[in-house]
Write a protein that binds this ligand. Sequence first.
Ligand SMILES: [Zn+2]
Length: 146
Amino acid sequence: MTIAASFTHRFVEYLPNVLEEGILYVSIRFRTASHLCACGCEYKVVTPLSPARWLITYNGASVTLSPSIGNWQAACRSHYLIIRDKVHWAKDWSEEQVEWASRRDARELLWQGSTGAGGSAVQKKRAGHPSKSRRKPLMPWRRRPD
Ligand SMILES: [Zn+2]
């Protein structure tokens, strides 16, 4: 029964039946994250990972879960965010701040996703451009000697 100030993320294949306090379990295989409520009430929070539900951002060192966790079904009705493994209590936050934080995390996630996909798009553009620009200056140059 301790209030968690931060979580230690643990990537697992299967989520254990009995969760340890302060551990944020992430199963990529089953697209689910799970942890015990940060207030220490031992309420088991299950957050399915999907575009419509929760997003996990892993920066190589810590994990961000967004949007916020609202344990309205638990007696404690805790509301918090897990940003870079740290617990941010949403009760101290205004609605806008909560929204801003989850939007910012979503942006970070989008940005991270777009650098991966954008890399290949840039390469395609680069590969397409030289052949186009090469053809254009060649045409008038070829005509001149004729
Ligand atoms: Zn709780």
